[in-house]
Design a protein around this ligand. Sequence first.
Ligand code: VG1
Ligand code: CO
Length: 544
Amino acid sequence: MKIDIRKTTPFTDQKPGTSGLRKKVSVFSRKNYLENFIQAIFDTLGDLTGQTLVVGGDGRYMNRTAIQTIIKMAAANSIGKLIIGQNGLLSTPAASCMIRKYKTRGGLILSASHNPGGPDGDFGIKYNGENGGPAPEHVTDTVYRRSREITQFRIADVEDVDLDCLGERPIGGMTVQIIDPVEDYAQLMEHLFDFNLIRAAILSGALTVKFDAMHAITGPYAKRILEDRLYAVTGTVINGIPLEDFGGEHPDPNLFHARELAALMYGANAPTLGAASDGDGDRNMILGSRFFVTPSDSLAVLAANAHLLPGYRDGLRGVARSMPTSQAVDRVAEAVGVDCYETPTGWKFFGNLLDARKITLCGEESFGTGSDHVREKDGLWAVLFWLNLIALKRQSVAEIVRDHWRRFGRHFYTRHDYEAIDPNIAGAIVHRLRQQLPSLPGQTFGAYTVAFADDFSYEDPVDGSISEKQGIRIGFKDGSRIVFRLSGTGTEGATLRIYLERYEPEIEKHEQDAQEALSDLIQLAEHLSEAKQRTRMAAPTVIT
Ligand code: VG1
Ligand code: CO
């Protein structure tokens, strides 16, 4: 095997964001752009001689060509073995599952998640460590530093590898193993949930389901698990073939982008459960007939019921949520008597808590829920959790959530996103908010008196690392909150996210529309941030 050591010059913009490096395909296609970043990761990891890595992606445009480059670079960097999903496919949670199961040195996940794909869309890469979770900040910081000083990369001069054919083959001194991307993951799911119970409910007709894979990675997973193993009728999974451009759509599971599913669930004869997942399979949206479950509520419901399911029979050790996620799960933790941690946005912050066995379940308002079974959020896992719960309780999705509200009260919640705005304007909005922070506590705006206002800073309770400026929090005396932060996953301009939450203990008021219930806070957020005025946008781009 001939190894080329090629000269290169650094790029200055290879700083990983909330979840890896995400850029336009046009940026990733620049000469040596991908190679530099991969070499920076390998250099950061140190001696990789004989080590194994898992590699796979969500099937978007560039997935296959990037994997071929990674194979050649891995061989030239003395890596011992690559485990690659057939056709180059691996959902993010399945990749995490394999890293853990085969005890590898980690893995490379190729995805830009819910961002659009195709030649004009986005591409992304992240490194996950030995625990199966996204690399923590000190690792991504080192990769970034390395990417700014890189002068050469190593690549083997070998033929492309057939990614479609299962089995092992040698590439120089390295072994490439192409494996079924679904099987290990499906086995793990079978272990966590009562497949017999779900199957019986489905066969009896009591439980019907529709799953929208949004032309992305979960198609093969959902078909194998829901249709083949749980006997849901053929056609349960829609948009089930992964396409390189996701059919030209955003593979983002919300009511706005999963239109086909939303129409079905709000129409006549809707199935018991409607669900969708995103580009890389780590997000989930849960719907009942004419009923939308907010991701924050979903996390709280799962936490309140986990002990009923086989994989969680021993109860919860603790729970965690990202800072902007509603405090619904905090109430469950209090009732159950376990700790609840508040972390910055991004799954990487849950890793230490899971590894240290401080928590069992965790989640984010951005349609992400997960548990200690892997170290990523997991879309299909959440769907199976809900199916198991419905089969067990013999209740509809709406009944389960309404019961939950009756017991714990309801946290009205919404997120307003202003996408692709001028970064200078976004910066000015945040700057203005920061300046107001010291004077806000004690001030009253209508029914709301500010209890605290700060820029969220997190000290990891396991390794003591500190992450600052993780979002602006304004908390009110009644527990309501407004949170502002800038997205770290976008590739076009800046995205301002405004998160709004209000607690309502009175059952008679639980049926209100969330936007109405939050209207005063929405106005107050505008008053404080001047988001509409400064961006000259009449309304948010997306409301979830
Ligand atoms: C968004 C979400 C965050 C999530 C991240 C990755 O980040 O808000 O909760 O962890 O996406 O999700 P940001 O920085 O744009 O707000 V995924 O499904 O892209 O891996
Ligand atoms: Co995702």
